[in-house]
Design a protein around this ligand. Structure first.
Ligand SMILES: Nc1ncnc2c1ncn2[C@@H]1O[C@H](COP(=O)(O)OP(=O)(O)OP(=O)(O)O)[C@@H](O)[C@H]1O
Ligand SMILES: O=P(O)(O)OC[C@H]1O[C@H](OP(=O)(O)OP(=O)(O)O)[C@H](O)[C@@H]1O
Ligand SMILES: [Mg+2]
Length: 288
């Protein structure tokens, strides 16, 4: 059966998180950054390591079957893909920004101005949607310098913390052009044959399982029998907590999955109703 061909970012903000996620999901990882492709026959896949922007191009044109890249890069590549999973990293917004004392506050103020960006298609589309005609200056990166250097009046760029903008004396304005995060996408140029579609679904499910495992912890605790219904309300788990016997009259052992973000509050509440030996354990992976 033919291998599923997967685009993986080889550099930049997306790369390390994408590779870690695939590794945690049980896929082979490359030993050196000079390896540009890697066959993982046990899992039916072949990975191709491409620049994040190029992942969108390869999958968007059907040369690779599935890939990991950013939503903003997909829009900029006008990629024909179907998003199958949001991956929760490389979260950013795409925004206009200008000098702190600039008078522009909305996309409709930008007619006739020079806008520097490394996402020209995304920027052009947003301007066109708003009926604005402006001059785009396309750059590879470090776009924030373009205003101080007199190359452009405004930039349109990726913003995460805003540190790069502040350091360059710029201020974002107007509504974000888009929110973006890393995603797993399947090419919609050709329909995948059934064998590859199955391997792609296993990949999606495994990545989902790792993401779910990151969000959850397993809580084990001992609970007085008369407090079981209160404890079940605090830790309802997926289908109700597991309750098992303890070699201590009047007590049971309880076990349930809880959200990692809530685990400290939940442990406090369990302690208050008299639970003891409360243990929180991280999950490696799961299917929920
Ligand atoms: N500082 C950041 N924080 C979060 N996400 C980011 C950040 N910078 C870039 N991204 C996201 O990472 C993806 C790749 O961005 P970009 O095209 O800038 O590549 P890169 O990782 O900077 O590599 P390079 O610019 O060297 O090609 C995009 O989806 C973008 O939204
Ligand atoms: O809001 P911040 O937290 O500062 O993050 C946003 C910055 O990060 C990215 O730059 P990157 O480091 O990828 O360099 P590049 O501009 O050369 O792509 C992006 O292009 C912004 O410049
Ligand atoms: Mg970058």
């Amino acid at each position: 059966m033919s291998l599923l061909r997967v685009a993986v970012p080889n550099k930049g903000s997306l790369s390390a998180a994408a590779v870690d996620l695939l590794h945690e999901a049980g896929y082979r990882v490359r030993r050196s950054s000079r390896e540009l492709s890697l066959v993982d026959p046990d899992n039916g896949v072949e990975f191709f390591f491409q620049r994040p922007r190029d992942c969108a191009v390869y999958v968007g044109r059907g040369a690779l079957d599935v890939g990991i890249t950013g939503q903003d890069l997909l829009v900029d590549a006008s990629a024909s893909v179907r998003e199958v999973l949001r991956l929760g990293f490389a979260r950013s917004q795409f925004r206009f920004a200008a000098a702190e004392d600039a008078r522009w506050s909305d996309v409709t103020d930008l007619a006739g101005l020079r806008i520097a960006t490394s996402f020209p298609v995304l920027a052009r589309k947003h301007l066109a949607d708003n009926g604005v005609s402006a001059e785009l200056v396309t750059l590879e990166g470090a776009v924030e310098n373009a205003v101080a250097l007199g190359l452009a009046d405004v930039i349109a760029d990726v913003v995460e913390t805003g540190t790069s903008l502040r350091n360059a004396g710029l201020l974002a304005f107007g509504a974000p052009l888009m929110d973006s995060e890393a995603v797993l996408v399947v090419s919609s140029v050709h329909e995948l044959p059934p064998g590859k579609a199955k391997i792609a679904e296993v990949l999606r499910r495994r990545l989902q399982g790792v993401l779910d495992a990151h969000k959850l912890v397993m809580l084990d605790y001992d609970c007085p029998e008369e407090k079981v219904s209160q404890a079940s309300r605090i830790t309802p788990g997926q289908e109700g907590p597991t309750i098992s016997g303890l070699d201590k009259p009047g007590w049971v052992a309880m076990r349930a999955l809880v959200e990692r973000a809530d685990v400290q509050r939940i442990m406090d509440e369990l302690t208050e109703i008299g639970a003891t030996a409360i243990l929180a354990t991280r999950l490696e992976a799961c299917r929920i």
